[in-house]
Ligand binder design. Sequence first.
Ligand SMILES: Cc1cc2nc3c(=O)[nH]c(=O)nc-3n(C[C@H](O)[C@H](O)[C@H](O)COP(=O)(O)OP(=O)(O)OC[C@H]3O[C@@H](n4cnc5c(N)ncnc54)[C@H](O)[C@@H]3O)c2cc1C
Length: 321
Amino acid sequence: MQPFTYHQSESTADAVRALTSPVAVPLGGGTDLLVAMKEHIAHPETLVDLRRIPGARAVELHDDGSARLGCAVRIEDLAAHAGITKRYAALAQAAAAVGTPQLRTMGTLGGNLAQRPRCWYFRGGLPCFKNGAADCLAETGENHYHGLFTTGTCHAVHPSDPLVALTALEAAVEVTGASGVRTLTLAALFEGAAQRPEREVTLAPGEFISAVLLPASAAGGVQFYEKLMQRGAWDFATVSLAAHRGVDGTVRMAFGGLSLGPCRVNPSVEEDVTTGDLDDDSIDALAERAMYDAKPLEHNGYKVWQAQALLRRAMRRLDPL
Ligand SMILES: Cc1cc2nc3c(=O)[nH]c(=O)nc-3n(C[C@H](O)[C@H](O)[C@H](O)COP(=O)(O)OP(=O)(O)OC[C@H]3O[C@@H](n4cnc5c(N)ncnc54)[C@H](O)[C@@H]3O)c2cc1C
């Protein structure tokens, strides 16, 4: 691995200053970044550790049901936090579904959202789109774990479980940089992820995710996360689903394993599930409609069936009747 400088930030201003260097990148737990450096797909010269910034590890639950989760909150802390488990069960379940206990102990929320795709062509250093070539090698190659809803050249999927729950809960991110603090929807954070080789998030140079913001509407109701994997012990999702019926009855659902960013279930399906009173035929019809725009590649058609199976189960759990 190439040599690098480690910078431990003691404040937000210090991190912003350190990240103005074009060869510096944010560091969370390092569980993805250091591996990517060893794989020669990341070449930073300075790693700016965000974990000691005051508030970076704080879980702030507000009285109105909203929350602010610091960027360096550990995945394990999300999974085990009593308040998160009670208010945002889908997020706690998604965090508990991440990798192994070691990864959950080291991995942070910001790093989990900004981690790079696990595509074997990309990680193997092959000449694919994310490695600077013109085409995605998975399009006609080994694409068993690639996406169904691809919005660009790259067919990889985002590996994060928490991202799926945060999408269903309509979370946003707080982004900090030299020009101040701004708030982005998750859709805006990942806009154009499959069309950009160098990274998936839309952060400007020097910016970092300083917090994840959950709206009051994300708290309570019926919510859960379900993840399908090729093997039971630990793995990335082939397909996953987060579902939430809010206390006002509104249903929001999101898939994982199907695209390189947040992937909300077709809003017209969400609306019909919100209305409820679904019989078996209407559940089947809605599961079909949700996958109408899916574009399977040669080896990943099974994901359509997995997504529909998860959706049918979720609709039965969410239907209040
Ligand atoms: C074997 C293995 C299995 C895994 N399984 C799963 C799984 O099942 N589900 C899942 O969700 N994840 C899984 N992961 C991913 C793991 O959860 C991530 O590695 C971890 O969440 C990344 O967090 P980190 O804090 O270590 O990030 P780091 O490695 O520190 O950083 C990752 C990337 O994000 C950037 N970054 C870090 N913090 C910020 C920030 N605040 N703002 C902007 N950019 C930032 C870094 O510069 C780097 O590019 C797995 C990883 C491995 C190695």
